[in-house]
Write a new protein. Sequence first.
Length: 640
Amino acid sequence: MTGTANRRKTPKDAPLGAEKAFIPSGPQGILAPMKPAAVLFFLASFLLILAPATPARCQNPAPVVGKVRLEGLDAVPEKRARQVLSLRAASRKPWVRRQAFDPDLVEADTQKLNELLKSEGFFSGSARSEIVHRNHGRTVDVTFHVEDGPATLISGAYLLGTDKLSPEMLSRLKKVLGLEAGDRFRAEPYTRAKRDLLLILRDGGYATARVDGDVLVDRERREAEVRLTLSPGRWMTFGEVDIAGLDRTDPRVIRSRLLFSPGDPYSLARALESQRNLFSLGFLSTVTVEPRVAPEEVTDNIVPMEVSGGYRQPRRVRMGLGYGSEDRFRVQASWMHRHIGRMARQLELSAKTSSIVQRVEARMLWPWFRADHQELTDDFALSRDENVTYTDRTISNRVQVHRALGPFIHLRPGHLFEMHRLEEVSLDQRKELGAEGEEYYLSAIQLQMDQDRRRPGENPRQGSLVSLGAGYASRATGSSVQYFRITGELRQLLPLTDSVTLAARGLYTTIQPTEETDRIPIFKRLFSGGGSSVRGYAYQRLGPLDAGGGPQGGESMAEASLELRFPLYKELGGVVFSDAGMVLPDPFSFRGREIRATAGAGLRYNTPVGPLRVDLGFKLNPATDNEDEYQLHLSIGQAF
């Protein structure tokens, strides 16, 4: 008996090959004689047969965490307490998966809260948990009842082991101690004091220093006595510096970026800052500045140092596309040679075109120029700028010496030459501010000094910048336009939390015509308004306007901005800001009634080249009633 004995026969009139596709449609069909109710019963029975294959955990899902409450907190902020918890309350977002409930986590979190109370100075405080099941046991709410209790105060903070320290060093240590009698004892300031004391000792030549601490707590009197014992060890100095693996570069270039010399007190911080300075030269892929012998192993208290590293590819090519609300679509390209000759000179050629500027530029950098900590830059450019009321063709060359006077202070003397040719001038007072087709020659001596404490990067979060600049163009320097210009600027970045930053900026600049110049030409006048100044106004639209509404610029300008920066989601951040500014026609002028204020909000999306920026600014006190109420700005990088 074969397997084909019971095979149904194909109808005689069926086409060839239809046997495999034949499905009975008459009484031989499986469901044909069944009524709809019977069909449903058949399907339900089929599903019941499969039901035992479904895991039991799907029928009785594990409970998940619902609400997580903290009650009874007084002195300790709730946000600080939630940071130590492992339990995560259920999110209102339906796509966020809920945390599975684990009673061991409840016990662990209770212990963490007790430890937190002690670290905040509440040694008699306590925490207990309460668990409530709801939703048929599928959801578990957890409430932590916390009792702070009386606080433990610092009765005194003492530095021990200071006999071998100089009065200057001891004074520096006491300034950073920060633990005052009568303050509530907290673990964070105590730990920070130990860290700051150790940093000062090790940056002051005591490379092997240690700081040990003891806290004597009297629970009955609720007092804590803090004792910090210093073990300075030997005082050490920097030794000679060897350079390894950087044979293509003149040693003077490398040594010019070091912030220490042989005989200076040994400081790990100075070595690391020197390493960052060397990396900023741009032609090194890796660089280290470190002791050749560990400070613990030296016998003569002199730490020999070594600089080593590797080179990048000498040439670099970049292409870029962008869009901004002021210059619209822009295309730019650049080519750079990072290391020319043993003095590591750098040459960069670049070109940029957009709706308002076409520019080609050549920039040469000498990283060592006649002395350590001194460099020279030479920038040559050809450009065509299409401004609101005029078009300016320019040939310019700027030579500037950059002299480092310290880790943060820089002096930049230089000379600026420019040749301007005006086209398409649409000003009512064109004869006073610039004649169309006429060429102007500028030759100005410039000096700038700044103190920059911002951390390097495309988007710094802390630090400050103070900058003062002056420029003087005279017939004696060969200038057909004579003027004196000064500029002062202050920027401050203040981190309020780990992710929230308050940024502030203030600027004042003025330009005074001198000698044979009665009015400053339009191409050197001051303009305000736009995505990087007062954001409630369009580009160059803040200040004096002619009868046709074209900006005339001025000879005095002031701007101020305050901005709060905060995260939203992953790489997306937000800002709220307020800007104010004015442009006046006369030099050395300031009139409060002319200040125009704006406010708004924006978005930032962080990228490797800086944040993409969208800002919407609203005018708060426009000069006239027919002005636009708001402006939208698109760009890249922070506004300031």
